[in-house]
Design a protein around this ligand. Sequence first.
Ligand SMILES: [Zn+2]
Length: 199
Amino acid sequence: MADLHVHTVFSSDSSIPPKKLVDMLLAHPFIKAVAVTDHNTVKGYFKVRDLASVYQDLLVIPGVEVSTTEGDVLLLGVAEVPPQPWTVENVIDFTRSRGGLVVAAHPYRIYGLGDSARKYPIDAVEVLNGGCPRQLNLLAEKLAKTMGLPGVAGSDAHSIDELWTAYTEIQASMDLDDVLKAIKQSFVKVFHAGKSIHF
Ligand SMILES: [Zn+2]
C-alpha cells in the first residue's frame, strides 16, 4: 500500500518534517511506501529517502509535483526537476526520458489540468486525492475511465494529520521499477477512509 502524494517541509505550504514522515510510515500497519511529491523540488525526496534507507521494508518513491502552465502534474519515479519552461509537453517528454510516470494531480481542483488532461499522453489520473471533495474525485474517476488510464490515490498531505487519507494498493514487490510498471499496467486499487473503489 502506498500514499502516492505527500508534501514535506520542502514544500513551502507543508509542515511535515521528513523524519516524522518516516516514523509515521514505520508505525503504519500496512502503508509501507510513499511518494514524496513536493512542489517543484526533489530535496524532500532525497531527505526522506536517506532517513528511510536503513529500513528494508519501506519504499520511498521519487517524485515531484510540477506546477505546469496548465496545472499540477505529479511525476513518479523521477528524482529531478524538469528544466523550464514547464509546459505539459516538456514535462511529459522529460519524464519519459527518465522512465517515470506522469499523473494528472487532482485534475478538477484548482491548479488541476481539468479536461485539458485529455490532450496529453499522461500515464495515470489521481482519482482519489485526500484534499478533494467527493464530487471532484468522482469527476477524476470519470476522466480516468474515459481515457482508459489507471487511477491512483494519494493523501496530498501537507500536515501530519492529513497523511494516509487516500492510498493505493499496488500489486508489485517493494521495488521501484516493479511499482512503476504495475501502476502503468493498472494493477492498482484505490482506497479512501477505509473504503475501496475498484477499477
Ligand atoms: Zn500536492
